[in-house]
Ligand binder design. Structure first.
Ligand SMILES: Nc1ncnc2c1ncn2[C@@H]1O[C@H](COP(=O)(O)OP(=O)(O)OP(=O)(O)O)[C@@H](O)[C@H]1O
Length: 174
């Protein structure tokens, strides 16, 4: 039971990280919007299992890189409140990693979808294999985190990076 509650706690911390990034980082909001759209394309268009794997790999890479970038930005802001060349290197390099994954995702997206959007190639009813149901989980997961972020914002408990940067904890915000 201890093991289970520890596991659930670490899941909830990970969820906090995603909600925080989604609430505070404009780029993450853009990644989520594009990922949602692309997942709908995967559901509707005639996309093969291998293409789905490539597309989902690209999405996870971008979102993962944005999470790590946010983690690095936060640590840098905490450690070095003032301008420092090393802080600049850390932030610029982390941002470059996100850019690289985003370029990779654009290339994958173009290669996979360019001949399916025009002329429109809709998935045939016989092509609803197991991967279709797995892909359908994607938008559900994204919507879950979007809803969590909206609910926290409404409650006034969503983190605010601008305020944090000025050194006020999110909970102190009223
Ligand atoms: N402490 C610092 N020392 C040196 N350069 C910094 C420092 N903080 C930020 N920078 C420079 O400013 C750029 C933008 O930093 P910032 O923290 O605003 O990133 P951001 O991507 O806009 O993040 P956020 O979304 O949190 O505003 C960095 O990539 C870096 O070049």
């Amino acid at each position: 039971m201890n093991w289970l509650s520890g596991f659930l706690k670490s899941l909830s911390y990970a969820q906090e990280g995603i909600v925080y990034t989604l609430a505070t980082q404009r780029n993450m909001q853009i990644h989520f919007a594009i990922a949602f759209l692309v997942m709908i394309f995967c559901l509707v268009l005639n996309v093969s299992r291998l293409e789905i794997i490539l597309v989902f790999f690209a999405i996870v890479l971008v979102i993962g890189a944005e999470l790590v970038n946010t983690a690095i930005e936060s640590v840098v802001d905490q450690v070095s409140g003032e301008y420092h060349p090393l802080a600049k290197i850390a932030k610029d390099t982390a941002a470059a990693a996100v850019l690289l994954t985003a370029l990779h995702a654009i290339i994958i997206g173009l290669l996979v979808f360019h001949d399916k959007i025009w002329p429109l190639r809709i998935r045939s009813m016989s092509a609803f294999g197991i991967e279709w149901y797995l892909v359908a989980l994607g938008p559900v997961v994204l919507l879950y985190f979007i809803l969590q972020t909206i609910i926290r914002r409404k409650r006034g408990s969503a983190p605010n990076r601008a305020i944090e940067k000025r050194g006020v904890a999110p909970d102190a915000r009223k």
